[in-house]
Write a protein that binds this ligand. Sequence first.
Ligand code: NAD
Ligand code: UDP
Length: 359
Amino acid sequence: MKNKILVTGGAGYIGSHTCIALHEAGYGIVVYDNLSNSSREAINRVSMLIGQPIDFIEGDIRDAELLKKVFNAHHFYGVIHFAGLKAVGESVSKPLMYYNNNVNGTITLLEVMDEHNIKNLIFSSSATVYGDPEILPIDEKSPRSCTNPYGQSKLAVEYILEDIAVSDENWNLICLRYFNPVGAHPSGRIGEDPNDIPNNLMPYISQVAVGKLEKLSIFGHDYPTVDGTGVRDFIHVTDLAQGHVAALNYLKQQTDLQKFSSDRTNAIQKKSVGFLPINLGTGKGTSVLELVNTFSKETGKKIAYQFIDRRAGDIASCYGSADKAKTLLGWHAELSIADMCRDTWRWQSMNPDGYNAKN
Ligand code: NAD
Ligand code: UDP
């Protein structure tokens, strides 16, 4: 029988790509999403790509009663928890909305999991929990600090997960800290579909390329980096999706071992995963200008840009060590910056209006 996974936020950008990877890896999936930042069309496209209907429930993670019904109706092996709000700027103007959605929502989910004795979780955290890092590449032991409500909400959930791991050794909690996810499925059928004018670099570049936006503003060119522009660890979303499969396979292996040892008392010491933070990045930094130039080269589209002042709260450089993911999960990112640009462009040019166009 397939191991069934509840995927909260599975209609979103990273969730939709991960659903495909989970299906291909032989996991059963049930998607739970309130569609606050996604659309049914994403679910339809994923169904089309995997060649079968998706078990989809439209619901909010803060709705305990609905969650309980879902947990009663299915026997889940575990949960991959993507659901959350993610716009840094919006979180500054609407902090309560962010804490309520991201922190309260996660607490409700954890309570329902606990009630149903489902204690295997993979949580979407972010490199933002490292704040302005002192040492690069950033490893998982680096100090954590955040300066905006979005980051604080991720950090708060990390602390909660650490505490419940201490309180009860049956919890197995992998906390994946993503660097900068970009790119799209190679089919061009699913990808990132921001609601308004994009805040993030890659969707902004691709909307300039497709003619929806006039020019890119590059925030600062006086950083202490290779060319003065910000440096980030861009990772292809399909590599990221595979990282979730690797994390889940690892969890499965560990929980099978735990079961084996508890079946044979005194045989092997039962050991839970506890709280396990892992970076998902490439280990390499790329500057804003390098990304713009690669995009132009790979797509033949000239990207008009201007330099403006630094964006408040931005840091110069951020890239992570990918060693722990490699050693523990046997996973590493395979796709290049050129792949990320080509796949982003395929999605953007096939769907200039995102999922709204329904083409
Ligand atoms: P996304 O907005 O595309 O997907 C999130 C999904 O969660 C959306 O479909 C949204 O409708 C759903 N959702 C939000 N609140 C919900 C709620 N209360 N109940 C049910 N569903 C809810 O975002 P994404 O880029 O796919 O990010 C997925 C996760 O990864 C988020 O938690 C995000 O904070 C985290 N993350 C994203 C990035 C990034 O750059 N994209 C980087 C680091 C971490
Ligand atoms: N950036 C930019 N113009 C934009 C959006 C982003 O110059 O319109 C820069 C930003 O200053 C940062 C990098 O691109 O150096 C990545 O920004 P993004 O918002 O995509 O990710 P994050 O800041 O969360 O790492």
